[in-house]
Structures are given as structure tokens and as C-alpha cells.
Write a protein that binds this ligand. Sequence first.
Ligand code: SAM
Length: 255
Amino acid sequence: MWDPQTYLAYADERSRPFGELVARIRVDDVRAVVDLGCGPGHLSHVLRARWPGATVVGVDASDEMITRARADDDDPRTRYERADLRAWQPGEPVDVVVTNAALQWVPGHLDLLPALQDAVGPGGAFALGVPGNFEAPSHVLLRDLASRPDYAPHLREVVHPAAHDAATYLETLARPGWAVDAWESTYLHVLQGPDPVLRWVRGTGARPVLAALPPDLRARFESEYGAALRAAYPERAHGTVLPFRRVFAVAHRTA
Ligand SMILES: C[S@@+](CC[C@H](N)C(=O)[O-])C[C@H]1O[C@@H](n2cnc3c(N)ncnc32)[C@H](O)[C@@H]1O
């Protein structure tokens, strides 16, 4: 279950990669854009600003996210649909499919990419962004703690997010008739306030682990995890620096 409020705590930092991904989509004549894993709809305005004449469809598997998106965004050019991106298919080809910070939650998602590309018509584009920070201390510490004997029995079913590097996405997307641009960026987020890294990961990477623990163990886990994060990401005079690597790929359909 997703909590839109917790996710939106760092909306500004989480919006920037989306804008940078969309800026690399070189398609101007766009009637339909689909955002797979759109979350609480806070980024649809980026798509409307880039393609003012287009219809924007936000797709997400979470009831909480879709409810929040519909409540917050009443722009008539946009609609939100609850659906699993693994089964999603458009009625007819669309001009742009974008998916940001969602595929890491879908195990084996490389196998889905050809079908998602094929949802795009000639001259269109498929664009993806995923976190590339799963070997960063925030995730390594989370997995280490989750594997300890008092927590592990509760966490056997938990799916840890995972993604690939830019070269792997390029190889997968570079089919005949497609031109691919793939890259990575590391953002140095300067976070403020107490336990900012814990607050960040509560909304995303640590969410399934915390949700799977019974309340008493969850409180202990958060306390131990928070202490480990404070040591790994020390607070400085200017704030707490969270380096965050992200991976992007844009595939343009040339034929
Ligand atoms: C981290 S949020 C990203 C939201 C937004 N795209 C952004 O860039 O900030 C991940 C979203 O992916 C959605 N998601 C995860 N797995 C999904 C799936 N199989 N089908 C559709 N949405 C999915 C979640 O419900 C969640 O809203």
C-alpha cells in the first residue's frame, strides 16, 4: 500500500528527474501521452506543459495513488486509470509512453519493455527512469537489517526494488526501428531536519519492509535503521547529503 502524503514529502527532489527525462523526448506532435506508474498525479502538469494539446493518461496500480491524483488534479486534459502496467495495453498506439520511478517495483521488467515500446506509434517515444541506488548505504543497510533473525521471518514475501544500468536498458530498447538515448545522473539532495534520509526512504524503498512488520517490531526496526542512516549520512551545517543515482533511457521510434 502506498501513502501519497509520505511520498510527496520530497516532491520537489522527486520531480526534477521526471522533468529531465521528459526534456529528452524529441516528439512535438503529440495527441496522447501515457504515464505508467504515475503515482499521486503531481507530475502530470510537466507533461501538459510540454505538450499542451495532448491528452494525458496517468496509470497506476495503487488505489491510494489514483484516488489522490483524481482529487488533486481536475485538469480536463488528464484522466487517471487504476491498472497494472504489466497488463496495460492502449486501445490504439499512443505518441509517448513515459514511466518514471515505477519499473523498479516490477521484477523481470526487462521482459515487458518490448511490449511497452510497441504501444508507441511511428514517430513516437518510450521513456523510462529508474533509481540506480540499490547498492547505496540506504538500501544495503535496509536489506542487512531485514535479514536479521528477529525481522526476517516477517519479511520473506517482501519484494525489494531492483533495476538495471543504462547500458542494459539501451541494449534492450535498441531494436530495429528505434534510436535510443540512455544515461545516468547522480543527484546530491541536500535534505533538512531530523532523520531526513529515513523520512525519504519511508515513502519509497523501505515502505514494503516497514509495512510487513508488526507495529512493535516496526518501531524497533525504524529506530535501528534510523541510527544506521544517521551514521551513513551525517548531518552537516548545510544539511544532510543524500547522493541519489538515477538511470534513464528514451527510445524514439524511427520506423
Ligand atoms: C515511486 S512512485 C513514482 C511516482 C511517479 N511516477 C514519480 O516519478 O514520482 C511508484 C509508483 O509506481 C506504481 N507502481 C508500482 N508497480 C506498479 C505496477 N505493476 N503497475 C502500475 N503501477 C505500479 C506505484 O503504485 C507507485 O505509485
